[in-house]
Write a protein that binds this ligand. Structure first.
Ligand code: ASP
Ligand code: MG
Length: 455
């Protein structure tokens, strides 16, 4: 029987009721499956903060471990009636926290966190989730077993902090480790390099872990459980009557995620597209007793009458404008700029060039550093650098967008009617997305105007 891989995030692990609901969901599946879990809500951020703080302050180790132990003790106390199981589980939690403590102590004494240690430390949020959930399932009479990525191993390309899973190398081991007809619980967010080092899969990467496991197992589906129905036609906080999108293609889902729809990690569909494994988005809040999907992500393209399926936005795009007469025709400028940004670990989101300016789209967190990196290059072709912040990027996404005339016209007209100025527009870079940049203050009216136009 092909397996189902189901992913539960931090938002499904906040309260006792959340965890009990999760147990009911697993019962409702009533089949062998692989469950991938994230850290409890907020834990990864907490680990990240401690990682910095312990370099200077040893007391921070104790503060964190006390916090983790008391939090887990509370969960155990809430969920286990049997005193012996509760004590055994707490012992296992203590062991894991003690491992974490050893890493943090090491960081304190050397005064820095090498990247391979950083990745191990940050994986502990997930490791504690999988341990606890396995015990909770067992105490509810479900045959569950924890399976760690290093036991498979879930092999990656070895890049710390942002690794990519190597499906070819990982598949056999994953299949063997998860072979039995039972419930496996796997901590998300990390895999291991070929030489066995823990490598994180990027922030929010548990979705991607789950997708990679689904690919290795040739699963029947990847089911991602959320506290919302699925992808919507726009952010329900911004528009009056958002509609649930029942079906999306892999490409549409990837673009919507890239441009800010916070449902899935943008890389989730990547492993699943070529084998055609569907992704189902399901809402745990409205779960009663039947497994019912909100949005299904598949390969089959559907083109709707109005083409656009969703309007989304992200406030995480800034422009670094490099001015200079002739940057558009001078050879090598872009290569030097992108090379320097790459060396500094800065990701370029997009580039638009003209005769007199190169516009580099970057994440807000990188813009100041990118400015300094390029300033230091002292390129004669660039006479002025400008960092433009307080922007929003709005994307309209739908299959068929490039093949149907008139969509861009409708976008322009809808925005013009509301007097919204488009600072930049990109169409054609993706076959399913047209995106444009407006001042941050124009973001909400722009999303509303487009939603009204297309829905
Ligand atoms: N816990 C990790 C993070 O916060 C991974 C995840 O939640 O998917 O980034
Ligand atoms: Mg997440």
């Amino acid at each position: 029987m092909r397996k189902v891989v189901a992913k539960f995030g931090g938002s499904n692990l906040k309260k006792k009721e959340d965890i009990l609901k999760l147990v009911r969901v697993i019962r409702a599946y009533n089949r062998p499956m692989v469950i991938v879990v994230s850290a409890f809500y907020g834990i990864t951020n907490r680990l990240l903060k401690t990682l910095e703080a312990v370099k200077h302050d040893e007391d921070e180790i104790r503060t964190l471990t006390d916090f983790l132990l008391s939090m887990k003790e509370e969960v155990i106390h809430e969920h286990f009636d049997d005193g012996k199981i509760a004590r055994d589980t707490m012992k296992e939690v203590e062991q894991r926290v003690a491992e974490l403590k050893r890493y943090l102590t090491g960081i304190h004494y050397i005064g820095e966190a090498p990247e391979f240690v950083e990745d191990v430390v940050l994986s502990y949020g997930e490791r504690l989730s999988s341990l606890l959930l396995t015990s909770i399932l067992r105490s509810n009479g479900i045959d569950a077993e924890e399976a760690l990525p290093e036991e498979m191993p879930l092999i990656t390309d070895g890049e710390f902090g942002n690794a990519t899973v190597d499906y070819q190398r990982a598949s056999e081991g994953v299949k063997n480790r998860l072979a039995d007809d039972k419930i496996y619980v796997v901590p998300g967010f990390y895999g291991v390099s070929q030489d066995g080092k823990v490598t994180l899969l990027g922030r929010g990467g548990s979705d991607y872990s789950a997708a990679a496991l689904a690919r290795c197992l040739d699963a029947e589906s990847l089911d991602v459980w959320k506290d919302v129905e699925g992808f919507m036609s726009a952010d329900p906080k911004l528009v009056d009557e958002p509609v649930l999108i029942r079906e999306l293609t892999y490409t549409e889902a990837a673009e919507l995620s890239y441009f800010g729809a916070g449902i899935l990690h943008p890389r989730t569909v990547e492993p699943l597209k070529s084998p055609g494994i569907p992704v189902n988005i399901l809402n745990i809040d409205t779960f009663k007793d039947r497994i019912k999907c909100g949005t299904v992500i598949v390969g089959k393209k559907t083109v709707t009458d109005d083409i656009i399926k969703s309007v989304t936005y992200s406030d995480d795009f800034c422009i670094l404008k490099l001015r200079g007469a002739g940057v558009g025709v001078k050879r090598g400028v872009l290569a030097k700029v992108s090379g320097a940004l790459d060396k500094s670990g800065i990701n370029i989101k997009s580039v638009l060039t003209s005769q007199i300016a190169i516009n580099i789209l970057l994440s807000a967190k990188d813009i100041k550093r990118a400015y300094r990196v390029i300033e230091r290059l002292e390129l004669s072709a660039i006479t002025e650098i400008e960092a433009i912040e307080q922007l929003s990027t709005i994307a309209t996404v739908g299959e068929g967008l490039l093949d149907h005339p008139g969509v861009a016209g409708r976008i322009f007209s809808a925005l013009a009617r509301k007097n919204i100025n488009i600072r930049m527009i990109v169409s054609g870079a993706s076959s399913v997305a047209t995106y444009f940049i407006v001042a941050a203050s124009d973001r909400n009216p722009a999303v509303k105007a487009l939603h009204e136009e297309f829905f």
